[in-house]
Design a protein around this ligand. Structure first.
Ligand SMILES: Nc1ncnc2c1ncn2[C@@H]1O[C@H](COP(=O)(O)OP(=O)(O)OP(=O)(O)O)[C@@H](O)[C@H]1O
Ligand SMILES: [Mg+2]
Length: 258
């Protein structure tokens, strides 16, 4: 296991659209040493907004996002390159910056070149990289736009993992998958995160996924984290109204933890 030290942190983060920012004063630390962190909350509460602000995709309106102590919006060229391979995210729609006109092979080779240039190469082939997310070699010559939603979602995960990131931010990574793939992918992610010592942040409505991957879970509501704990504790004895709403909306999940 490599000694990874990268950290991505938010300090009093304010981000969002319009006059009332969805994220309004969030403090968060994601690093290989913190253990995986889950973010739950009702639809439209700002989970995607938070992840986009953490990756620098969305401009921060207040507070700071830091990568190894430097402000993410103001990284120099070298740090930006390092950030691009060390911090990877998979967007909710599964596209994640991949050019959908490219073939799977070309897209993954691009990721492997980035990894090599950053000194993170492992000797894995494109076929090895996609196999991690249960995609067979027959997908390599396919254009990304021809993939099904679930195939594309797994490709996006495989592409993000190809640069052997220190930090991985996942926004609803399993929405397009059937139940057996959801299970297989979440198990595989858990193994990789543990073996490669990756700092993980997952935002999802999929509580089985959150439960498997994240020992610490934050409930996002009205711009901030209103409650934090293990998913089991949050759902079985919710203290905040927003957590209570989630717990009643997922009776099967509460049952699963009973
Ligand atoms: N590009 C945009 N322009 C304007 N408003 C936006 C934009 N993207 C998101 N919003 C709004 O910001 C708020 C937070 O959206 P966000 O996508 O972060 O929610 P979410 O918690 O990820 O929801 P979901 O669980 O449905 O994915 C919502 O009210 C949404 O309508
Ligand atoms: Mg979202």
């Amino acid at each position: 296991m490599s000694a990874k030290t990268s950290s991505l942190s938010a300090h009093g983060l304010v981000a969002g659209y319009g006059s009332t920012p969805s994220i309004n004063g969030v403090d968060l630390l994601v690093s290989p040493s913190t253990g995986a962190i889950g973010i739950i909350g009702r639809s439209g509460v700002g989970k995607t907004t938070l992840i986009k602000a953490m990756t620098g995709e969305l401009k921060v309106r207040g507070g700071r996002v830091n990568f190894d102590g430097a402000t993410v919006g103001r990284l120099g060229i070298r740090d930006k390159k390092r950030f691009g391979v060390a911090v990877r995210s998979v967007a909710q729609n599964g596209f994640s910056g991949l050019d959908s006109r490219q073939t799977v092979q070309k897209a993954i080779e691009g990721e492997l070149t980035k990894a090599r240039k950053a000194g993170r190469a492992t000797g894995a082939s494109a076929a090895d990289v996609i196999a991690v997310m249960f995609l067979e070699p027959r997908f390599l010559p396919r254009t990304i736009s021809s993939l099904s939603g679930g195939e594309r979602q797994r490709l996006a995960l495989a592409a993000a993992l190809a640069t052997r990131p220190d930090i991985l931010l996942l926004d609803e990574p399993t929405t397009a998958l059937d139940q057996s793939l959801k299970d297989a992918v979440s198990r595989r992610l858990a193994e990789i995160v543990e073996e490669d010592n990756i700092g993980l942040l997952v935002a999802s409505h999929d509580l089985e996924l959150i439960n498997r991957l994240c020992p610490t879970v934050h409930v996002l509501d009205h711009g901030t984290f209103v409650e934090t704990g293990s998913l089991q504790d949050l759902l079985t004895s919710p203290k905040h109204e927003a957590t209570r709403d989630l717990a009643t909306a997922f009776p099967e999940a509460t049952g699963a933890f009973a």
